[in-house]
Design a protein around this ligand. Structure first.
Ligand code: AMP
Ligand code: ZN
Length: 109
């Protein structure tokens, strides 16, 4: 847990957030500033700064982030129409919250 990290503060309840899914590895919630009709964030409980900081020990976490995003797309009814998954990496890649997260966006007509 990092004191000034928004997602750690969501994880510890300091920032109240409606979770769409939670298990021992990760949480899923809606992006507060959506760029698509459906915009979810899949966030590991472990504080990892960005994709650059992943180690081989994190492989299971990363794979669970991706399969959970797939399951959430199914649950939100956008699996068939299609969606995008992306990680922003560091400032130049558009990352503003330095706690790893996968964006799931879709639901366009
Ligand atoms: P990134 O640019 O990849 O770091 O994305 C961070 C995302 O977190 C942005 O799309 C924000 O809209 C979103 N965000 C920031 N604060 C919150 C919050 N309290 N609850 C939900 N989403 C948030
Ligand atoms: Zn964090």
């Amino acid at each position: 847990m990092e004191k000034d990290c928004t997602f750690c503060n969501i994880l510890n309840g300091e920032i109240p957030t409606k979770l769409l899914f939670e298990n021992e590895t990760l949480i899923v919630f809606r992006d507060i500033n959506p760029i698509a009709p459906t915009h979810l964030l899949v966030v590991p409980k472990k504080h990892i700064r960005s994709i650059n900081d992943l180690t081989v020990d994190d492989n299971r976490i990363v794979s669970e982030i991706i399969t959970t995003a797939r399951d959430m797309a199914q649950k939100m009814g956008i699996a068939k129409s299609g969606y995008k998954l992306f990680f922003n990496v560091e400032k130049g890649g558009g990352q503003v919250i330095f706690h790893l997260h996968l964006h799931l966006v879709g639901g366009w007509k």
